[in-house]
Design a protein around this ligand. Structure first.
Ligand SMILES: *Cc1c(COP(=O)(O)O)cnc(C)c1O
Length: 388
């Protein structure tokens, strides 16, 4: 098998009849057939064919799905209109009323709301286990638990969870493990290889990589991915062909982008660690970081995301953030432009103070998404902002 960069460029792509080097954009909502027998053959599954775009039966969408599956070492991938769409369809396809899920560590705000507020209305409940409470995991997984879900590294404290150990524990209890691999990207971490059953991504982040598309994907073995297909179809959560085309374009440069971002984040984390106004740096690549050993075992790079705690309260920290010139104040991550957020003012705003404290979301916490600018410029920007 080819290595990852080669597969990013070529997987899923077919040369078209005109000699075009990759799959063209078929923005069509539907496709024509020669005869009734012809359309029946596709509808009844005797042959694959392009039928209707909302079903995902569109060559541009199928092509990017092949590329995505290949990059995670999965048999199949399904593309969605967003990361949340991919997660929602995955949970709905694999859980029904009376079933239970376990969510480990901090997760994306939308994921938390889906699990804590939306799915309970359908009789699907979730137990939340913090990273500091992992010893209790075995007892929290019951015979009703269908899915154990987590992000690693997680948002915003970059907690690293042992994919193999957790997958084993879940499997022993009859539950499947779903990993949100958005922060790492398949360049740095391949959860299926470490025993996860399914992987989900917000393609809006590193996979898209340019802050100009919204998408999601789920990858895994056919028997676990196929049940999700019907939910995507009937909830109408399809990725648009235009987005699929743009995503395929972005994926061809995924490895070079992410490796540059790894390198920059490592340099930024090292700078922050040595800065007197910084009391803590969360970055899996630092040997001082608690998850470093696990990260070294399951990651081949440590990612472009880092967070740190400034020696000041929320207001003083906001002043540091406001002095940054290159890091733009914005939600999201993974693009060419470096971004900064202060979780208490954005992703974790409105969570009561005791809960924030319990989750290590302090006023001085700042999250950085390192982009593709020169690392020297980014470090100078931080140095200037921290100097006041
Ligand atoms: C952004 C994000 C999501 C949600 O993705 P959308 O594309 O915004 O729906 C899920 N998980 C993580 C880790 C994210 O960063």
């Amino acid at each position: 098998m080819y290595r990852l960069s080669t597969r990013c460029v070529h997987a899923g792509d077919t040369r078209d009849a005109q000699g075009g080097l990759h799959t063209p954009l078929y923005n069509h909502s539907t496709f024509g057939f020669e005869s009734t027998q012809d359309i029946l053959d596709v509808v009844e599954g005797r042959r694959p064919g392009n039928l209707y775009t909302r079903y995902g039966l569109n060559p541009t969408i199928r092509s990017v799905e092949k590329k995505l599956a290949d990059l995670e070492g999965a048999a199949e991938a399904l593309a969605f209109s967003s990361g949340m769409a991919a997660e929602a369809a995955t949970f709905l396809a694999h859980c029904q009323a009376g079933d239970h899920m376990v969510c480990i560590g901090d997760v994306y705000g939308g994921t938390y709301e889906l699990l804590a507020a939306n799915l309970p209305r359908l009789g699907i409940t979730t137990s939340f286990v913090l990273g500091s409470e992992l010893d209790s995991l075995e007892s929290v997984i019951t015979e009703k638990t269908r899915i154990v879900f987590f992000e690693t590294p997680s948002n915003p404290n970059m907690e690293v969870f042992d994919i193999r150990a957790i997958s084993r524990l879940a499997a022993a209890k009859g539950a499947m493990t779903v990993v949100d691999n958005t922060f790492a990207s398949p360049v740095n971490q391949q959860p299926l290889e470490h025993g996860a059953d399914l992987v989900v991504h917000s393609a809006t982040k590193y996979l898209g990589g340019h802050s100009d598309l919204t998408g999601g994907v789920v990858m895994g073995p056919a028997e676990l991915v196929q049940p999700i297909w019907g939910w995507r179809k009937n909830l109408g959560q399809m990725m648009a062909p235009e987005v699929a085309f743009l995503l395929a374009r972005s994926l061809r440069t995924l490895v070079v982008r992410v490796r540059a971002q790894n390198d920059t984040a490592m340099a930024v984390a090292g700078f922050l660690e040595s800065h007197p106004a910084v009391v803590q740096v969360n970055y899996p690549g630092l040997s001082s970081f608690p998850g470093h050993d696990t990260a070294r075992r399951q990651m081949s790079g440590f990612g472009g995301m880092a967070s740190f705690v400034y020696d000041g309260n929320a207001k003083e920290t906001a002043a540091v953030v406001d002095r940054l010139r290159l890091y733009a104040i914005a939600a999201s991550l993974g693009g060419a432009e470096s971004l900064v957020t202060q979780p208490v003012t954005t992703t974790h705003h409105g969570i009561d103070e005791a809960e924030q404290q319990r989750r290590g979301i302090v006023g001085g916490l700042v999250r950085l998404s390192c982009g593709l600018e020169d690392k020297e410029d980014l470090i100078a920007d931080l140095d200037n902002a921290l100097a006041g």
